[in-house]
Design a protein around this ligand. Structure first.
Ligand SMILES: [Zn+2]
Length: 168
């Protein structure tokens, strides 16, 4: 079964838990995408059309998947990750299930924002805390997703947002 994320661009969800969960995630993803500034959407689409990562099947960028275990992430509290210079996005199945739509949208936008920085070849797109701060700023202030509300929700369900916990 194919679950379109951006059907017009032939972008589909690659892996997902249950069909129901995949369908819900895809709907939230589509809604989130529409809320991004046009300039960000264009930068991401152009980036995905011309993958600059070797060992990557260019017909399949971006790879967006719901997974049990995030690649190369040890911390079980991490909910999502943007990898391969913005060509791969993974979301942890338990996090997708735990987050209400609005917070899931913030998480999706957050990871897309990492991809956006990679697309723009931003000098801070290096996986550092600088990048993390910048993403929270762009996603929260320019794109209008409520990072603080996501943060609070994660605290409330006992799944603290790891980067922030690290910084305090
Ligand atoms: Zn991040």
């Amino acid at each position: 079964m194919k679950l379109p994320l951006l059907a017009r661009h032939d972008i589909h969800l690659q892996d997902f838990g249950s069909e129901k969960q995949g369908a819900r995630f895809a709907a939230v993803f589509r809604d989130t995408w529409q809320r991004l500034p046009l300039s960000a959407r264009r930068a991401l689409l152009a980036h995905w059309r011309a993958p600059d990562v070797f060992c990557f099947d260019s017909r399949r960028s971006p790879r967006v998947a719901i997974v049990h275990y995030l690649s190369r992430v040890d911390d079980p509290d991490v909910m999502g990750v943007c990898r391969l210079k913005g060509h791969e996005f993974q979301f942890q199945v338990g996090a997708v299930a735990a987050l209400p739509d609005e917070h899931l949208a913030t998480l999706i936008a957050h990871e897309l924002c990492h991809g956006y920085l990679a697309a723009k070849k931003h000098p801070d797109a290096d996986g550092s805390e600088w990048e993390e701060n910048l993403v929270q700023e762009i996603n929260g202030i320019e794109w209008g997703f409520d990072e603080d509300a996501l943060d609070d929700y994660c605290d409330a369900i006992g799944r603290p947002y790891p980067w922030r916990a690290d910084r305090e």
